[in-house]
Design a protein around this ligand. Structure first.
Ligand SMILES: [Fe+2]
Length: 303
């Protein structure tokens, strides 16, 4: 069983831009030495973990991998379940484990083309030093790095993947017109309202955003001021979602996908949780630019 999203990796021609975007806008810390080896990824941390986000140098913006922390002792059983589902699993690559700074790693590609790495024994780093002054801190711990929202070609396959392969439970849905988003949490191990959400777009796969949560609304407001001062693209201005109750804005980062930067996310108690349904994306705000919401920058045709 998976307990949380541990890390995320991307490929981008603009990897170097994260050395300023990461600390100056997000308040993340650039990992020391991540520029010492040519072609080494730019790595960012947001807590005491050795690293949380890696941006590898490459020609086209894309997702490289998602890293999922597996509950101690359950990796072997999880690998067996993924194989039974029909995915080929690459097991115990020691060189890769050293690179990711984990004890054990297995990886597979999902039916939509995303690479998922299943890890345990994750390394801690030194004390976290934010890239700019923060009033509070990032919400991580048992809730992990944050959440990701993907575009997948088919809603039913997405639900099966999240629940049967990753072992997540549905939190709720938001339906607006023809668009339906399914939200999933890591049941019993992580109270974050959703760690993964998926929106079905026939024939397409992609990444909408990676969400990072902070404890203090002032840190969201300061980040928003900085984004506006630099005239960065704001696919959604400040607003609040009805399901996870996150107060957040979305900024288009240097690599095509958006970072949702928010605070006040709801936590779920599995004992009492009932799957809800909502008919709007926001309680208030989340205003798109005047010329309409920009399409996701990471998107490809599948199937
Ligand atoms: Fe989100």
């Amino acid at each position: 069983m998976i307990s949380n999203l541990a890390y995320a990796g991307f490929v981008s021609p603009n990897a170097e831009a994260w050395r300023s975007f990461g600390p100056e806008i997000l308040g993340a810390e650039v990992v020391d030495g991540s520029n010492e080896i040519e072609e080494a990824p730019v790595r960012l941390r947001i807590d005491d973990r050795a690293w949380r986000i890696a941006i590898h140098h490459g020609e086209v913006d894309d997702v490289a991998y998602f890293g999922w922390e597996v509950i101690d002792g359950e990796l072997t059983a999880l690998v067996a379940r993924i194989r039974a589902f029909g995915c080929e699993v690459h097991e115990d690559d020691a060189e890769l484990a050293a690179e990711r700074q984990v004890g054990r790693i297995c990886w597979f590609e999902d039916p939509f083309g995303f690479r998922h790495e299943l890890v345990d024994g994750i390394a801690e780093g030194d004390d976290f030093t934010p890239g700019r002054d923060l009033v509070g801190s990032f919400v991580t711990g048992e809730q992990g790095l944050g959440h990701v929202v993907l575009m997948v070609p088919d809603a039913d396959s997405g639900i099966r993947f999240a629940t049967e392969i990753l072992g997540m439970r549905q939190s709720d849905t938001i339906t607006t017109g023809p668009m339906k988003v399914n939200f999933f949490h890591c049941a019993g191990h992580n109270a974050r309202h959703h760690t993964l959400a998926m929106l079905a777009v026939p024939g397409m796969a992609g990444l909408f955003h990676l969400m990072l949560e902070v404890t203090d609304i002032d840190d969201v407001g300061t980040a928003l001021d900085l984004v506006k001062k630099q005239n960065m693209l704001l696919p959604m201005d400040l607003g609040r979602h009805p399901n996870d109750l996150m107060t957040s804005f979305y900024v288009r980062g240097p690599s095509g996908f958006d970072i949702e930067y928010g605070t006040g996310g709801r936590v779920v108690d599995d004992e009492t949780w009932e799957v809800g349904s909502y008919d709007r994306v926001s309680l208030w705000g989340h205003r798109a630019p005047d010329d309409g919401p920009p399409p996701p920058g990471i998107m490809r045709r599948v199937g």
